[in-house]
Design a binder for this molecule. Structure first.
Ligand code: URA
Length: 333
């Protein structure tokens, strides 16, 4: 009798993608590792990344099997200034990854912050999630608080909303609001979705302003809030799944069900007193001012006014105003 059992083929994907998914590195790093002869598949050292593989293949990196895939996880990290966002710096400068708490599993960063930029850096054990969140097409809003030196005019800031070209590079619309003037400096809040290299410095440089402090205060629905410099906080699974949404999760091939290697280290699943630092899903549609940086909707007080956003940075940085981009670009992710 013929065998009618349907054959189930494991899903295959490019080797670099699979290594990134395993949280080992970015796709670009994987391609470099392959070129360096560090990756083998089924006993043969790989010479080119042009290969589709699946979980059924025996893949080794530096002679070691890939780690078991854990469920997709995401952490908020308050990057202090002075650290580079790269695994290995050719100039030997201190890196974000060397500064992370040792109990964290292997993670990759969602994009990069410049060495002197502070604030929210998202970290994940899932290279697929990092890639999707970095894509300009995903368009999640990044908000920055910026201290600049120079003369700021409302007309100049308004111009940024139309997109701008600096030194031949085009930057998409940036919403910018003046918070306050402090001597020869001014504090601004900027909201942008593109995430090009040095975007804040370049667009403000185009207005003749030089940035002397730059703090990222949110990325999509995730906020820096009161996370201390150098601290890391995991987003609970339920909140992560809600915030990412089914469409992005499918696009990134996320897995929220795989077991954890150390379940005791994960944040509680149910309602908890731990502050998750994520806003409720988009459909709830609350404004930034209604979320005091801890991710939970804040009830209006007796005054009937919304609670104010927590200050993520130190004393000389102003609060977001109730007008301007704190509200504007935040109304969508
Ligand atoms: N824009 C910059 O200029 N630098 C950063 O680190 C992030 C955004």
């Amino acid at each position: 009798m013929p065998d009618t059992t349907p054959s189930v083929k494991p899903a295959s994907m490019r080797i670099a993608k699979l290594l990134a998914r395993a949280g080992l590195c970015s796709r670009r790093d994987a391609e470099r590792w392959i070129a360096e002869g560090r990756v083998s598949v089924n006993g043969r050292v790989l010479l080119s990344p042009a290969l589709d593989v699946s979980d059924a293949d025996r893949i080794l990196v530096d002679g070691k099997p890939l780690p078991e895939r854990e469920r997709t996880r995401l952490w908020l990290y308050h990057k202090p200034k002075g650290l580079v966002t790269t695994a290995r710096d050719p100039e030997g400068r201190p890196t974000v990854f060397a500064a992370l708490p040792p109990e964290l599993p292997r993670v990759v960063a969602v994009g990069r912050l410049d060495i002197n930029t502070e604030g929210l850096l998202l970290l994940t054990n899932d290279g697929g999630l990092a890639r999707v969140l970095e894509l300009p097409a995903t368009g999640w809003l990044r908000r920055y608080r910026v201290r600049v030196h120079g003369t700021v005019t409302p007309a100049d800031l308004a111009k940024l909303g139309e997109g701008t070209t600096v030194d031949g590079v085009h930057y998409g619309p940036v919403e910018a609001a003046l918070e306050r003037v402090q001597g020869t400096n001014a504090w601004l809040v900027l909201g942008l979705r593109e995430g090009k290299n040095r975007e804040v410095k370049e667009v403000l440089g185009g207005l003749g302003l030089s940035v002397n402090r730059l703090i990222r205060i949110s990325f999509g629905p995730f906020q820096l809030g009161d996370l201390a410099p150098g601290a890391v906080r995991e987003i609970p699974r339920r909140i992560l799944r809600d915030q990412i949404g089914a469409k992005l999760a499918a696009e990134a091939g996320l897995d929220f069900e795989a077991p954890l290697r150390n379940p005791a280290a994960a944040p509680p699943e149910g309602r908890s007193s731990k502050r998750p630092h994520a806003r409720p899903p988009r459909s709830v549609g609350r404004s930034a001012a209604e979320h005091a940086g801890d991710g939970r909707p804040h009830r209006h007080g007796a005054s009937g006014k919304p609670a104010r956003a927590a200050r993520p940075d130190r004393a000389d940085a102003p609060r977001p105003s109730r007008r301007g981009p704190t509200r504007g670009p935040d109304s969508r992710r």
